[in-house]
Design a protein around this ligand. Structure first.
Ligand code: G3P
Length: 218
């Protein structure tokens, strides 16, 4: 399973990249705003900064809601850097724009996906990635991981090449369960990724090893 980090925070991206386990980055307008990155020029520059830190795909989201606007904005984003993936919302215009970009060989990520039906449409439109939001479904008492499982089954039935990018991942068990189900990619915050490191027996065992090593060196 590929690991993407879901943030526009350059320090978090650098830290995950430094670990050597990062495969890409996803962002959205809310994550940009959270970092105080506003205004088109600043946002475009920030995408390039992110691409210069990581080696993998970097999803950059369009803000237009109409087909022509999405195509215009998506082309501008794709021209920024070869690592850019054009992120489009799951709407009628977004699906049309996805087909436009996939026909041109430009990578796409269809976002705000909350049902298996929407995921089928994204695959039919040739999306590179489909982003079902696990955490936001959990937030409304619906099993977000169940959606990942449904999409996995449907995509496998037909050999769809669209990669399932489990998004809105919030914690370590989301990551572990996405891996068990067979999501192609997960994207989550640095805290969820670093959470995978934690086990009290590792800490206790390491403290013991250090203590025993020091006995022999006193
Ligand atoms: O990848 C989608 C993500 O940014 C949404 O996450 O935690 O705001 O639901 P969250």
């Amino acid at each position: 399973m590929k690991f993407f980090i879901d943030t526009a925070n350059l320090n978090d991206i650098r830290e995950a990249q430094g670990l050597g386990i990062l495969d890409g980055v996803t962002t959205n307008p809310s994550l940009m705003a959270k970092e105080g990155i506003t205004g088109t020029d600043n946002i475009l520059k920030h995408y390039v900064d992110i691409c210069n830190i990581v080696e993998g795909d970097v999803s950059a989201e369009v803000n237009a809601t109409d087909y022509e606007g999405m195509v215009r904005e998506g082309e501008q984003l794709a021209d920024l850097h070869p690592q850019i993936v054009v992120k489009l919302p799951m709407t009628k215009d977004g699906v049309r724009a996805c087909k436009y970009f996939s026909d041109k060989g430009i990578k796409t990520n269809v976002t705000l996906v909350f049902s298996a039906g929407q995921a089928i449409l994204a695959a039919k439109a040739g999306a590179t990635y489909v982003s079902p939001f696990v955490g936001r479904l959990d937030d409304i008492s619906t099993d977000g991981l169940n959606l990942i499982q449904e999409i996995r089954e449907i995509y496998d039935n037909y050999g769809y090449e669209t990669e399932i990018l489990a998004a809105s991942v919030r914690h370590t068990m989301h990551i572990v369960n996405c891996a068990k189900i067979g999501a192609d990619v997960m994207t989550g915050p640095l805290s969820a990724i670093l959470g995978l490191l934690k086990h009290p027996l590792t800490d206790i065992g390491l403290a013991q090893f250090i203590a025993d090593y020091q006995k022999g060196n006193q």
